[in-house]
Design a protein. Structure first.
Length: 97
């Protein structure tokens, strides 16, 4: 499974909250974590409480993982003011979340 992570700074420069963690390193960490998560969701371990076949529309007895080769995760690092504007426009919520 190939996972792309796009980190976009919107609404002004946003730092990672850690002076020793550059945006590029955060993006790579997100990509690695997202790849692990996608693999676990697509093909959960047999001793896991995650339902097998859930993402493929199959059933728990279906032992084969769905045929997925690509997944994309987009993360926008933004200011509270920017997310508040997006929430108001798209979710009818006048607040940062």
């Amino acid at each position: 499974v190939e996972v792309d992570v796009l980190v976009v700074e919107e609404g002004g420069v946003v730092d990672t909250g850690d002076v020793d963690l550059p945006i590029e390193q955060l993006a790579e960490t997100l990509r690695s974590d997202a790849e692990t998560l996608v693999r676990l969701l697509l093909d959960p371990p047999h001793d896991s409480c995650l339902p097998r076949g859930a993402l493929s529309g199959g059933n728990e007895d279906d032992a084969s993982p769905p045929d997925v080769s690509y997944c994309e995760l987009s993360v926008a690092l933004c200011t509270d003011a920017h997310i508040k504007g997006l929430n108001k426009e798209w979710r009818d919520k006048d607040a940062a979340t």
